[in-house]
Design a protein around this ligand. Structure first.
Ligand code: 4AD
Ligand code: MG
Length: 430
């Protein structure tokens, strides 16, 4: 019976065959332990010389790391194994013998591992992170589909710059100039006027010369946009969505969280509502804490965000930032025009901003003024202004950075491990 490691629990006591790679092994004169992986999971195969005979025992003992195999064995329950099962090996067929696999069980430096990312992905830790990433994507589709959102795919090649012109990837589009998408938001606003509640999930490009543990050049963003939704309701959707992601991972990725050594109690308590603090109060708090380099009107750096987040064991919204710090499309606070109806969501444990969102300007004249203030050409944004010309409504949305969210939930220090092939300031290989 052919099966996979993930499904092996359905075959206790039976003889099964799995296709697998040898992740690691150890052996003595009488018994060999094969650490097998097949993509769906990890399991230990036990080869007992007395039971299998000399020839098979020698074959098993000499398998090299990352060789591909068909392994036959009898499934046994094993409480101490992470997967809960073990395989008593009865046969091994080597499909391809790997020679000198470069990533050995000893410690390797980060650069070496990043140069071998195409192989590093096979490791138990990377496997766990990719499974958690997948679970968040799955939960995202589930959450938005169950809440009446329609998935819409904005273009990747664009002619406009929603988040400011300094971080654009430029390319030629035949005779025109084009940019790789730095946010699908403006297109999602058009989609929200057609479909009410929409969300996107796609690659995002920022030619930002930042070299921090939170920055990628290419990352994936989830961008919901909602017609007839104002500031407060926008935050409610965000906290429900983020809590849903966290609880889905807790429920469906317990083996992976264990592999990563994640403190699950810190995740279990993540439930809506999340605390909120205004930008004004955050500045006051930081000044009282002794950050004397910061004053009203300054943007927060990583140390500031971490200091604020440390007050809570939940993600925290920082709301009502100064207009001058934020993009042109954010709706001003009706009670004062020096701040906008926006919020950044800061993850706990020093992971920083995972969401940026706001209510959008829906008054056509104000929007023209704002484009002008930001020296953006009205021509390029004509279609966007049309949304305010024909049945304009209050609307709001946000963008969640997938990799920062994966890093936080997985408890992984650096975003470079949370995407299969990271694009970093100095890295386009592999
Ligand atoms: O705050 P940002 O720039 O917001 C927008 O792009 C809005 N247009 C979204 C919207 O309202 N539809 O980016 C949103 C999120 C950040 O909070 C962060 O999680 C992630 O995207 N992000 C990055 N992640 C990794 N590397 C980078 N260089 C990132 N820049 C932003
Ligand atoms: Mg932001």
């Amino acid at each position: 019976m052919k099966t996979t490691i993930a499904k092996i629990g359905q075959h206790v006591g039976e003889e099964v065959t799995i296709g697998a790679w040898l992740a690691n092994k150890r052996s003595s004169g009488k018994i060999a332990f094969l650490q097998l992986r097949d993509g769906t999971g990890f399991i230990q195969g036990v080869v007992v010389k007395e039971d299998v005979g000399e020839e098979l025992f020698q074959t098993a003992k000499n398998i090299t790391q990352e060789s591909s195999l068909y392994v036959k064995g009898i499934v046994r329950k094993e409480e101490r194994a992470p997967s809960g099962y073990e395989l008593t090996v009865t046969g091994v067929e080597i499909i391809h013998a790997a020679v000198d696999y470069p990533i050995t069980p000893k410690e390797h430096g980060t650069d070496f591992l990043m140069d071998h990312r195409h192989l590093w992905l096979r490791s138990k830790r990377q496997h766990a992170i990719m499974k958690i990433r997948n679970e968040i994507i799955r939960a995202t589709y589930e959450f938005f589909n169950e809440n009446g959102f329609v998935k819409v795919d904005p273009p990747i090649l664009t002619g406009s710059a929603p988040e400011g012109t300094s971080e654009l990837f430029h390319t030629k589009y035949f005779d025109e100039d084009a940019y790789l998408s730095q946010s699908g938001q403006l297109y999602m606003e058009a989609a929200a006027m057609a479909l009410g509640r929409v969300f996107s999930f796609g690659p995002t490009f920022r030619a930002e010369k930042s070299k921090t543990r939170r920055h990628l050049i290419e990352f994936w963003m989830i961008e919901p946009e909602m017609a007839f939704v104002e500031f407060e309701e926008n935050l409610e959707v965000q906290e429900q969505y983020v809590a849903y992601n966290v609880q889905s991972v807790v429920k469906n990725c317990s083996i992976e969280l264990k592999t990563l050594g994640r403190d699950v109690s810190k995740l279990e308590r993540i439930k809506a509502p999340f605390p909120r603090i205004t930008y004004d109060d955050a500045i006051k708090f930081l000044q009282e804490k002794g950050f004397d380099d910061i004053e009203w009107g300054d943007d927060f750096g990583a140390p500031h965000e971490t200091a604020i987040a440390e007050n809570y064991d939940m993600p925290v919204f920082i709301t009502h930032y100064p207009t001058s710090l934020k993009p042109f499309y954010m709706e001003p606070d009706p009670t004062r025009d020096d701040v906008v109806l926006c919020a950044d969501l800061i993850a706990p444990e020093g992971y920083g901003e995972i969401i940026g969102g706001s209510q959008r300007v829906h008054d056509p004249e104000l929007l023209k003024q704002r484009l002008d203030d930001h020296q953006l050409s009205l021509d390029a944004y004509q279609w966007y202004l049309d949304l305010r010309k024909y049945g304009s409504v209050p609307h709001s949305g946000f963008g969640l950075g997938l990799e920062r969210t994966v890093a936080w939930i997985s408890g992984v220090e650096h975003v470079r491990e949370t995407i299969p092939f990271p694009r970093l300031l100095n890295r386009l290989y592999p």
